[in-house]
Design a protein around this ligand. Structure first.
Ligand SMILES: *[C@@H]1O[C@H](CO)[C@@H](O)[C@H](O)[C@H]1NC(C)=O
Length: 372
């Protein structure tokens, strides 16, 4: 009897320990979206309006941990809806504060701490809320947007489809990706990162890849220097067309057995990862030296067995190596302490490739299904 009660308690507790598979608004809009067998449409946004109760702006100059050149604002110049399409559009910081202020000829302090709930700086990391320009350390030259559904919509397992048109313009770095809601196993990259689509706005002739090329990546590892993403990344290149001329669907299928990304059609796969071994085994780390942060998880998908939220992002440049030194006439060096300034000094080269709304990441719809 005691044994039975204990067993019952155990079952009860393990049910309680699960997060719900989907947290977010009830279906916003029901168009004629078709669901596949065994899948239930949970959420859909066709961007008739920009719902700021769901899509939260990041507001920071921190540069995403890569000293990227943009800062993120809540400004309708950089994120807006037009004709039922969401635009994330980069503009010049000099248009807002003046070029001499941005370049430190006239030192300028950018204080974006904010005071109203919708204005508050969202990350102080890497001097994200407060910077002062000088002629060596210029302020982030590009103003852009990054929206996320942290706290408002997150899910574990499901199918996500984002219909989008990618930006054109040298050094623009658009991304559709996901981050862990609760960091169940610890800080980046221990709890994982799912990059559904990353691309470069450079010309298709650029060796590192341009807007005819996209990649999907999982980031994971026991600590910062041990992110084994190179084992889980794939690139897809279009030979006769590109992703900036038309809208394409960027899809993610994710359950406890496997995860894959695809373009337009489920069969047109980019990255496929089968969860047939733990990520600890996959990474090949030595258990006598390091601790397995995912120990005790019965799912082989861990850390990809927890809720993740959606991020739409338009970044520019950065010193992470995403834009390799010496390729495509890159005007800055990743090791330089004045990378921002070098980028700005190279403006005569890259700015002519930025044209109108072609520089924007344009998102037509987002659809999310859960499994029955
Ligand atoms: C929003 O961006 C525009 C264009 O750069 C700028 O003129 C405006 O001052 C910005 N608004 C705020 C509140 O910073």
């Amino acid at each position: 009897m005691l044994y039975k009660i204990a067993a019952l308690l155990f079952v009860f507790q393990s049910v309680l320990a699960q997060y719900p598979s989907y947290v977010g608004p009830k279906l916003k809009k029901h168009s004629n979206t078709v669901s596949r067998k065994g899948e239930v449409l949970q959420f859909e946004d066709e961007f008739d309006t920009l719902d700021l109760s769901l899509w939260k702006h990041e507001i920071t100059m921190g540069g995403g941990g890569n000293w990227e050149f943009e800062w993120y604002t809540n400004n309708r110049t950089n994120s807006f809806v037009r004709d039922s399409v969401l635009y994330l559009k980069p503009t010049m910081t000099s248009d807002t504060i003046g070029e001499q202020q941005m370049t430190g000829v006239i030192p300028y302090t950018m204080d974006i701490y904010g005071s109203q709930p919708g204005d508050l700086c969202t990350s102080e990391a890497w001097y994200g809320c407060f910077r002062t320009s000088n002629t060596a350390n210029i302020l982030n030259p590009v103003q852009s947007a990054r929206l996320r559904t942290a706290d408002t919509l997150f899910f574990t397992y499901g199918r996500l489809e984002v219909n989008a048109k990618l930006p054109k313009g040298d050094w623009i770095w658009p991304a559709i990706w996901m981050l862990p809601q609760y960091q169940d196993f610890g800080s980046w990259p221990v709890s994982g990162e799912i990059d559904i689509m990353e691309s470069r706005g450079n010309s298709p002739s650029c060796a590192a890849g341009g807007y005819n090329s996209v990649s999907s990546t999982l980031h994971w590892g026991p600590f910062y220097g041990q992110d084994k993403y190179t084992l889980t990344t794939e690139t897809y290149t279009m030979s006769s067309s590109d992703f900036a001329s038309d809208f394409h669907t960027f899809g993610l299928y994710w359950n406890s057995d496997k995860l894959y990304t695809y373009i337009d059609d489920d069969s047109n796969r980019v990255l496929e990862v089968t969860f047939d071994e733990t990520f600890w085994t996959r990474g090949g780390w030595d258990s006598s030296v390091l601790n397995d942060p995912w120990v005790g998880e019965s799912a082989m998908s861990a850390p990809f067995n927890k809720p993740f939220y959606i991020v739409f992002d338009l970044a520019v440049g950065g010193v992470s190596g995403f834009f390799p030194d010496g390729e495509c006439s890159k005007p800055w060096a990743d090791t330089s302490s004045i990378a921002y300034l070098q980028f700005w000094q190279g403006k005569g080269q890259w700015y002519p490739t930025w044209s109108g709304d072609d520089v924007a990441l344009q998102i037509d719809s987002v659809k999310l299904w859960s499994f029955e």
